[in-house]
Design a binder for this molecule. Sequence first.
Ligand code: SF4
Ligand code: SF4
Length: 68
Amino acid sequence: MAVRIDHGRCCSCGGCVAVCPRGALELKALYVIVNEKLCNDCALCLRACPVGAILPEAPGIRRNDEIR
Ligand code: SF4
Ligand code: SF4
């Protein structure tokens, strides 16, 4: 599995790219794309995203705005 990016929310801040330990995220002009072969669902990028644009695919992983 791999995370998904909500392209409507992503503002291309690059925060997730900076924290991904596997180089699975690539910053494009308008949003980030995910290399599904590299992502291991560690969820670091979910916690780094200020706008909740990264969506977990693996069960049990929650976005920052879902963690209470
Ligand atoms: S879940 Fe981990 S490996 Fe996958 S894109 Fe996010 S930071 Fe990178
Ligand atoms: S941290 Fe969120 S808003 Fe920033 S580039 Fe990544 S997905 Fe987009």
